[in-house]
Design a protein around this ligand. Structure first.
Ligand SMILES: CCCCCCCC(=O)SCCNC(=O)CCNC(=O)[C@H](O)C(C)(C)COP(=O)(O)OP(=O)(O)OC[C@H]1O[C@@H](n2cnc3c(N)ncnc32)[C@H](O)[C@@H]1OP(=O)(O)O
Length: 167
């Protein structure tokens, strides 16, 4: 795969189940993000059930789109910084350390949304990404995400402890 494929299409299978961006999560948003010069872009069409107030998008969806758009941008930026394609090893996997969203205007639910992002800083294992949501060309929300490279312990922590109750 090359940079022409979506960032998320290159995620290793064991981290491709995220509700916001995992291509293997049939219930999720399955967002697809690409570079557009120095900015990253995702296009997403909300469903009628993503309603907050009738006619407008639920803020949690907007946060989710900013979140996964930004973590994907963080991963892609690290590959770019190393001059590598996203399907090369070792894989960069980023999780959300912090997510800040400002809701500037109600976001109309009719029609597609565009989420754009820009890398503010790459600092060691963390990447700070600013992203914004546009509806019909109008910015309705702005966000900032600190994405942190996922430690291997993240996988281990997800496993049930021996003898722990399962329900
Ligand atoms: C990979 C494909 C899936 C993509 C899914 C993306 C969307 C998601 O929903 S991810 C799920 C939600 N996020 C989580 O569950 C993360 C839970 N938190 C954690 O696991 C850890 O706190 C984690 C990984 C963020 C940081 O832990 P750790 O790796 O030990 O970080 P640590 O070494 O302390 O810090 C590394 C750097 O990140 C910074 N950092 C850590 N946490 C935060 C935070 N919450 N806010 C800001 N900066 C932070 C630190 O300050 C440090 O920066 P510096 O190097 O400048 O000192």
């Amino acid at each position: 795969m090359s940079e022409k494929s979506a960032f998320q299409d290159n995620y290793p299978e064991n981290v491709a189940h995220c509700y916001g961006c995992g291509r293997l999560n049939g219930h999720g948003h399955q967002i697809k993000t690409h570079w557009d010069g120095e900015e990253s872009v995702t296009r997403y069409r909300p469903e009628p059930f993503h309603t907050a107030v009738p006619g407008y998008v639920y803020g949690g969806l907007i946060a989710s789109l900013i979140d996964c758009h930004s973590t994907g941008t963080a991963a892609a930026a690290m590959y770019r910084a190393e001059g590598r394609e996203m399907d090369t090893q070792p894989a960069f996997r980023f999780v959300t350390g912090s997510l800040h969203v400002d809701y500037l205007k109600p976001t109309p639910i009719a029609g597609p949304l565009e989420i754009r992002g820009r890398v503010k800083a790459i600092q060691g294992r963390k990447v700070i990404v600013e992203s914004w949501v546009l509806a019909e060309g109008v910015v309705t929300a702005r966000g900032e995400v600190t994405a942190v490279q996922m430690p291997e312990s993240f996988f281990a922590a997800a496993l049930p402890k021996p003898g722990a109750p399962t329900a």
